[in-house]
Design a protein. Structure first.
Length: 127
């Protein structure tokens, strides 16, 4: 990276943006603006940032918001998947208890393959 000044400066800019976002939690725009201003004063991508300052800030905010939105969506999907899995296990355990198969529950807690076998069996019976 030392051979390419622009690439090196860009990596410094990205690191500074990340640092400023961590420090400036209330306003992403303020954090990115601060990072741009610091880079300009430290001669990091100076000419480019001076010429494109507002666009860089706006694109940074949009990019951050899109990334944050995707993370929220991923987290919500994960949480929903966990809930569905837990509900399915509750149904399975209720069915096993109703059929006097408590031993199967005990075995399933320590044997992943056996648990899957029980889920498959329950799934076939639930159809």
């Amino acid at each position: 990276m030392d051979d390419c000044k622009t690439l090196k400066e860009y990596s410094l800019f990205v690191a500074k943006v990340r640092k400023c976002i961590k420090e400036e939690k209330n306003s992403i725009k303020a954090a990115i603006t601060r990072a741009v201003d610091e880079c300009i004063s430290e001669n990091i991508l100076r000419a480019f940032l001076l010429e494109n300052k507002e666009e860089v800030i706006e694109m940074g905010v949009l990019g951050y918001n899109a990334e944050k939105h995707m993370q929220v969506m991923q987290d919500e999907s994960f949480d929903e998947g966990v809930k569905v899995g837990m509900d399915k296990m509750d149904e399975l355990y209720s069915w096993l208890i109703a059929n006097n198969r408590v031993f199967d529950i005990q075995k399933a807690t320590s044997d992943t393959k056996y648990k899957q076998k029980l889920l498959d069996e329950f799934g076939e019976l639930s159809k």
